[in-house]
Each structure stands twice: as structure tokens, then as C-alpha cells.
Design a protein around this ligand. Structure first.
Ligand code: FPP
Ligand code: MG
Length: 298
């Protein structure tokens, strides 16, 4: 029933009655619609559920439009990002429009759902600001990293699962933990893929996050594993364009210290906890979504 969500988003966009916005929206790749899938699997396909899923996907799309401007990212889902195609101003405004329309429609669902989703958007905005601020220095505090990715990524998934449970008259507690764990694991894997994916697709890693100043989980673990001299070397490379030699050195240190496996294991533990929670409730489809996430290599 993901197609019903797609149609609802299309309808919301058409209601804006603006040809430019419709044309820009048509250029946006839809992505996996993971948040909508979660909501549908928890709550079925009634109209309020479809609307909630559509609104959440519009808010998510808006946040990525802004994020690509903030991160100077010129690709999104292997295609040119909207900011690359039309510039930052257009990308920011399309984000604002999708976000505002989503919020308008959220008010037509229920005050409880509206409160849960809107509060998570406050969190995700705070998380994005933290991400930006943290990238100005060499953060090696895992607790701070975890808090930031919870806010930036997991808070919306937690709210999706919680809101869907409310819509389905289920106890939101376990579903919120499920969404939170999935969100944190999702971001951890995203951060791991920034290191490993380029190696597969480009033949060499770009380490884009590290160059941008982001010390994600693998870098935090690597720093912990290195001796004092190499700690200093890693720190000196942070936030700068990397030579091929230095890129190779980071990758070699990652390999020698088993860093990718260790980081991946941390995400896997969260996924396993989420799967156990859902298995206890006979929510097999939700366990499968969690399982697929840990196998994701894109
Ligand atoms: C992706 O992080 C970014 C997010 C999950 C959240 C972005 C949030 C905002 C820009 C603030 C909220 C704005 C609105 C309009 C609701 P990433 O850069 O680590 O992931 P990526 O690899 O997908 O770019
Ligand atoms: Mg980004």
C-alpha cells in the first residue's frame, strides 16, 4: 500500500497549485520510504495512517533537501541532488514548502499524532545543528555522537513507530524503542557506508564525512585503538582534504584494528534488540524490516 502513500503525497503537492513546485517535486528521487513502510506495517492502511505516512515522508524529504545544502552534497541516492541541479536557494525553499504543507496536513490528523511528530522534528533540527557544531572540532566522545544521531535520525523513526502504534491502538512503548533502535542503527550504518561504499563503487574511499569534519563511530573507535603518535596523526588529518597516502593510511589503520566490524556489530546489537521486541509481539513484518537494514549495502 505504499502506492497509496505516494498518491497522497502527490495529492498534497498538487494542492499547492504551483507548477514549479510540482516540477521540482517530480525531480526528487523517492528513496526507500522506510518511515512510511514502518507506519503501514504497524498501523494498516486507514486514511489517517496513509496521511501520517505521507506527512512524515514529506518532512523527511524536506530535511534531506536542507541537509544536502548544509553538507554541500552534490549527489543524493546516486543522482545529482536538487541543490546541485538548481542551487541552494531553490533546494531550501522546496524543503520549506514540503515541510510547511506537511505540517498543515498533520494538524488534520489528531492532536496526539501531531504532537508526537512535531516534537521529533524539533529534535531532528537540534540534532542537525549538533552535527554541524561537532564537525568544527575533533569529537571523540561516543556519548555525544550517540546523542546527536539519536536526535538527527532516530527521533523521527521513534515518533513514526510511536504514532503508528497510537493509530492502531497498540501500546507505543515497545514500538518507540524499536523505532529508536532502528534509527540509531540506520545512521551508524550510513556512517560506515561513507567509508566502505566508495571503495566498492569508486575503487577508492573518499572519507567524505571525515573530510567534512565528522568523526563518526568508526573514527571514534579508531582513535581509541591507536597509540599516542598515531592518535596525533589522525587528529591532524581531521577536517582537511586528504592526500591518497593519508586516505590509504586511515583505511589501513581501520583494517588493522578491525574498526568496521566493531562499528557494524554495535548497529547489529541494536537491530537484534529491536527484532526480539517485535518477535515477542508476533510483528514478523517489522522484524524483517529490521533484518533488511543490517544487510543494507547501498
Ligand atoms: C542526514 O544526515 C540528515 C538528517 C537525517 C536530518 C536533517 C535535519 C535537518 C536539516 C533539520 C530539519 C529540517 C526540516 C526542514 C524538517 P547525514 O548527512 O548524516 O546523512 P546523509 O548521508 O543521508 O546525507
Ligand atoms: Mg548529509
Amino acid at each position: 500500500m505504499l502506492s497509496a502513500v505516494e498518491r497522497k503525497i502527490g495529492q498534497f503537492v498538487e494542492e499547492l497549485d504551483d507548477k514549479e513546485v510540482s516540477a521540482l517535486y517530480a525531480k526528487l528521487p523517492h528513496g526507500k520510504r522506510l518511515r512510511a513502510k514502518l507506519i503501514l506495517k504497524i498501523a494498516g492502511t486507514s486514511l489517517p495512517v496513509i496521511k501520517t505516512a505521507a506527512v512524515v515522508e514529506m518532512i523527511h524529504a524536506a530535511s534531506l533537501l536542507h541537509d544536502d545544502v548544509i553538507d554541500d552534497a552534490y549527489t543524493r541516492r546516486s543522482k545529482p541532488s536538487l541543490n546541485a541541479l538548481y542551487g541552494n536557494k531553490t533546494a531550501i525553499m522546496l524543503g520549506d514548502i514540503l515541510y510547511a504543507k506537511g505540517f498543515f496536513e498533520l494538524n488534520n490528523i489528531s492532536p496526539e499524532i501531531s504532537k508526537m511528530i512535531s516534537n521529533s522534528v524539533v529534535q531532528l533540527s537540534l540534532g542537525e545543528l549538533k552535527d554541524v557544531s561537532l564537525s568544527k572540532s575533533f569529537n571523540i566522545d561516543k556519548k555525544i555522537y550517540l546523542e546527536m544521531i539519536y536526535q538527527k535520525t532516530a527521533s523521527l523513526m521513534e515518533a513514526c513507530a510511536g504514532a503508528a502504534a497510537l493509530l492502531a491502538n497498540k501500546d507505543p512503548k515497545a514500538y518507540k524503542i524499536y523505532g529508536r533502535n532502528l534509527g540509531i542503527a540506520f545512521q551508524m550504518i550510513d556512517d560506515i557506508l561513507d567509508i566502505t561504499m566508495d571503495t566498492q563503487t569508486l575503487g577508492k574511499p573518499s572519507l567524505h564525512d571525515f573530510v567534512e569534519g565528522k568523526t563518526t563511530l568508526p573514527y571514534i573507535y579508531l582513535y581509541e585503538a591507536l597509540d599516542d603518535e598515531n592518535k596525533l596523526k589522525l587528529k591532524s588529518l581531521h577536517g582537511k582534504k586528504l592526500s591518497d597516502n593519508n586516505t590509504e593510511w586511515i583505511m589501513l589503520m581501520m583494517q588493522e584494528n578491525n574498526i568496521i566490524k566493531k562499528s557494524y556489530q554495535e548497529a547489529k546489537t541494536l537491530i537484534e534488540e529491536a527484532i526480539t521486541l517485535m518477535n515477542e509481539r508476533g510483528e514478523n513484518a517489522l522484524s524483517h524490516i529490521a533484518m533488511a537494514m543490517i544487510e543494507r549495502d547501498f
